[in-house]
Design a protein around this ligand. Sequence first.
Ligand code: NAP
Ligand code: ZN
Length: 346
Amino acid sequence: MKNVKARAVFSPESSFQATTIERRELHPLDVLIEIKYSGICHSDIHHARSEWKDEHYPLVPGHEIAGIVVQVGSEVRKFNVGDRVGVGCMIDSCGECENCRKGEEQYCLKGNTLTYADVDKYGEHTQGGYSTHIVVTEDFVLRIPEGIELDAAAPLLCAGITTYSPLNHWGAGPGKKVAVIGLGGLGHMAVKIANAMGAEVTVLSQSLRKKDDGLRFGASHYYATSDPKTFEELAGSFDIIINTVSANIKVDAYLSLLKLDGALINVGAPVEPLSFNVFSLLGQRRSFAGSLIGGIRETQEMLDFCAEHHIAPEIEVVSADQIDEAYNRVLASDVRYRFVIDISTM
Ligand code: NAP
Ligand code: ZN
């Protein structure tokens, strides 16, 4: 066992405290990563505050991890000491079920192992990237392409893949009109990626406050959802709508913006159930769908896509002492557009 520094919450109401956690000795297929940067995802807040389920404390969040390999197990073949690597939301899966064999480990039928807030196959509570080191089996480690800085790479491991995967699956590309609800961490990546895929992108934000940014990220249009005229003007416009909002939205109003065969895909994960009228789907054969991160193969494809298209998140690097402040700013929709913790400040 190796004791490493971390920042943890000790209850749903707790602020972050400095602590130490144990990382296991390397098994033959394990990689030890020295974490350089860790992104702050809104999911970290949901977990830290037990909003989705009752969590086990202390809890160290962080599933947007970028760092350097510092040690490899005896049978590791994919990575060498010194490699620039990333870890996202999951660190293991059964590897044998139908979905794992398809490379969709996030939908593992036996349940994948989350990077934190989970129990791994050794019976240990998993702890995330707000820490100096992590041990991960090589199949769940990603290669960060040259050309993407480590601080900017971190958010790609969740915000990047969570938006790339549904855009890819639902066929965003030339001739397709894509709308993105919410210009936060996920939303701004959705705009950049959909634009790079060749789609025409519209941002649907609560206000016009971030309009210049949205257009700079590649959106062609930007509307405020607080203005009822937006819903009249855009009725029946979109092939794909990606909802990244962390709170409830008026689903029927957004479904009315879809064309024939259009799909509203939820990646936002609000605590309370969403409801809608089935008639909002029937009339134009619309779909209401959801999507969870992406598989390991697709995550590598996304990283390579971002390198090739020179796409990176807009980040604000913070120190380990600023995590609570960053959480408050995320909750106030005052994130531009992803906080990333500099782990050297730990
Ligand atoms: P974020 O940075 O806080 O962005 C969410 C954005 O939604 C905000 O910037 C804001 O954009 C908008 N918003 C916030 N509250 C709103 C409200 N009450 N009504 C309308 N719009 C509101 O969060 P994030 O890190 O992108 O994560 C977004 C959600 O996705 C979270 O629920 C998170 O848990 C979930 N998530 C899911 C997956 C998955 O695999 N499906 C992966 C990662 C995260 P505007 O200011 O532009 O309106
Ligand atoms: Zn996340």
